[in-house]
Design a protein around this ligand. Structure first.
Ligand code: SF4
Ligand code: FES
Length: 333
């Protein structure tokens, strides 16, 4: 007999035998008309009932809470998914999802179409993950936080750059209840919906997006506090909400035609650090942006700000940067 089984037998025996002894005590109490013993006897009766019910519960469902969960094995999972596929959940609509998938072997895009049921709460990312789990597990997309924080799930839906985890699926549908999802246009595609961000991060890095102090001790090992007024913080705060999703770069017509242009994301960060009162590199930042690959490359189409899911408004940052180059150049240390 296994150790676990012996333990269970002892447990059941304990749960039933102890209350039985107390019950015998109750009978004795009634026989000898003792009020205190009578109370003890009633308590024993309750314990018997709880003991029996508890034993049945443990025996039926196992000792661990995990054991109470239905165990799905290979075939059950497959069957579950098949029935889910054929079933229309309450309140859900049938949606056709067309995905433009890049095949790195053939270097071509394949158009695949999937039919899914989704309700009003589903995001585009939920639907793609459903397609991945129920229809084709080779489908690749990048995502992480699922809450609009990490900036990994950028893609294009019905021609619009979106964060898949923040975009409601049903609100994006065409009249024929379909949606077309494709990888971002402004970045090289690696596989299916996954794009390469190396160039994007290199441009971001090129503008030195960090605070600069002239004193190297302050720069690298200070324990000093740099206090700012609310007004000083508000100067750069809106531009610090960037999550580096790359959607503004995708929407920018200049980035898509001039690969040298550092783009709205990096330029908005130039302005963010230029306006930060703790930064002491303002003059250099203005100088580095004063060229056609920097601030003057922007043609102010405004599509970057429209695409930004965080309201960063890179278009306004670039125009303010241009104004700073013209008006303030040389004044800031
Ligand atoms: S500025 Fe907006 S759209 Fe551009 S990378 Fe940052 S969060 Fe994304
Ligand atoms: S998964 Fe992180 S922003 Fe969408």
């Amino acid at each position: 007999m296994k150790r676990d089984s012996r333990f269970m037998i002892l447990l059941y025996a304990g749960m039933v035998l102890v209350p039985l002894l107390l019950f015998a005590y109750l009978v004795a109490a009634i026989a000898y008309h003792s009020a205190e013993t009578l109370m003890l006897g009633i308590a024993a009766l309750w314990m018997i009932i709880f003991g029996i019910v508890g034993s049945i519960e443990i025996y039926a469902h196992g000792r661990n809470p995990e054991e109470r969960l239905p165990m799905l094995k290979g075939n059950d999972i497959k069957k579950g998914l098949e029935s889910e596929r054929g079933r229309r959940p309450k309140g859900a609509e049938e949606v056709t999802v067309r995905i433009k998938r890049f095949n790195p072997q053939t270097k071509r895009f394949d158009n695949e179409s999937y039919s899914v049921y989704e309700d009003r709460l589903a995001t585009v990312l939920d639907t793609l993950l459903k397609i991945k789990s129920q229809h084709d597990n080779t489908l690749s997309m990048r995502y992480s936080c699922r809450m609009g924080i990490c900036g990994s799930c950028g893609m294009v839906a019905n021609g619009k750059p979106i964060l898949a985890c923040e975009t409601n699926l049903l609100s994006q549908l065409d009249e024929d209840k379909s949606i077309t999802v494709e990888p971002m246009h402004g970045h090289p595609v690696l596989k299916d919906l996954v794009t390469d961000f190396d160039d994007f991060f290199a441009k971001h890095e090129s503008v030195e997006p960090h605070l600069y102090r002239k004193d190297k001790v302050e720069q690298y090992s200070t324990d000093k506090e740099y206090r700012q007024t609310k007004r000083e913080v508000n100067q750069f705060l809106p531009y610090s909400y960037c999550i580096m999703c790359g959607l503004c770069m995708d929407a920018c017509p200049v980035v898509n035609s001039n690969t040298e242009f550092v783009g709205p994301q990096a330029l908005s960060q130039v302005y963010r650090y230029y306006k930060d009162s703790r930064d002491q590199n303002g003059k250099r930042r203005l100088l580095d942006s004063d060229n056609l690959h920097g601030a003057w490359g922007c043609e102010f189409s405004g599509s970057c700000s429209k695409a930004c899911p965080k309201g960063v408004d890179p278009a306004s940052a670039i125009q303010l940067l241009k104004a700073s180059i013209i008006a303030d150049f040389g004044e800031k240390e």
